[in-house]
Write a protein of this length. Sequence first.
Length: 470
Amino acid sequence: MTAPLEAPHDLVGIGIGPFNLSLAALAHGLQQHEFASGLATAFYDQRRDFSWHPGLLIDGATLQVPFLADLVTLADPASPWTFLNYLKHKERLFPFYFAERFHIQRAEYDAYCRWVAGQLPGLHFGHQVDAVRWNPERALFEVDFTQLDADGEAEALGRTYTRNLALGIGSAPYVPDPLRPLAEAPTVPVVHSAEYLDNRQRILGADHVTVIGSGQSGAEVFLDLLRARPAGRERLTWLARTPSFAPMEYSKLGLEHFTPDYTRYFHDLPEPVRDKLLPAQWQLHKGIDADTIAAIHDELYRRTLDGGWPDVVLTPGVSVRTAGRVATTKVELHLEHAQQGTRSRLTTDAVVLATGYRERPISRILAGLDPYMRKDSSGRPRIDDRFRMKLDPTVTGTVFVQNGERHTHGVGAPDLGLAAWRSATILNTLTGKDPYPQPARTAFTTFGLEQREAARPQVPGELLPLVEHP
């Protein structure tokens, strides 16, 4: 006989970053629609409270998306969890109005998310999800978790049941193999930019500092260090693999790559085409904000006013082949320049690795579901156009994926601007209704050629597919 169990949830979220927080906020909002009782949801995260890239909340650093890319606005601007409503509750709406800022500071976005997380029910911080299994007898997912105490030690074990899952475990800082042994040893500061603020004073005390990475994080760290060092004694080096310190693609039509229209187009492309296309789009998400580039140049230029050049080296097109310690107090980087085909060595006292993030592996948490998962030719989960992981038909529940679907949905997967739309898509799918109606069109650009019959009369200005004759 099957033992009695607690009432199962409709949805359990694993991880409480911005994307699952968005999902939780919009799920809570279903109570305002025709769903009188809403959905039974629970979200789990091993951290003690909400925290969004705390090591990069550098003073003055701004989001690269407008404030409208909050948790809910682009799906439900009337939601109580909008950024503007946050400002109203904090009595800061008029100051924000007069500040005329479309891009808010990262620290302010973090504070806004903390405000939402502090009021939403059903969020369980200090809970580490250990395993997920499908129970065919009960037709439910079993979710095992460990409740952690204030020191992060195991306090109690628990299990909950759910009809559906939302995986939102986010990404993890990436440290290149040549530098991993150095980053794991404490003698010389070699830290990822995700931990920059925690180590800032130690890094500022180093005689010579090297920043590796050409993206926004690398630029912000370099600018912060530059502003903190005395003129003429900056002793900074900034290295990057990219051929230039390139600006992010931020033209209005270029930004349409972060629309639902492009996401759907990308998803419909063949797998080999998607895999080839993603690396070529690096400037859409790995470039540097033009204002940050301008601020760096302005600061460097200011330091030439009395004659001479600042003691800095900015070199793109360089990769780190190997690295090692010198007399336990310094780091030696072995460099290679791609275009020149030359090699060199650089001795430095501290290294900040602005080397980006990688999707967290799901193999540990979802090991129990592995026999049911459908994978592509590279062993990655197949994810359909509504963010559902493709599972064996015997699994009647659904696993939704948040920010783990770049290989199927493109560069917009980690973008905050698509968070509310993706959450709304998930909830519309989950309920089988449309509590959050989605726009039929979101971009002026038409991505790809529409498939039409060539024999149909052509409308002036309309593109028809090319018909090849033998």
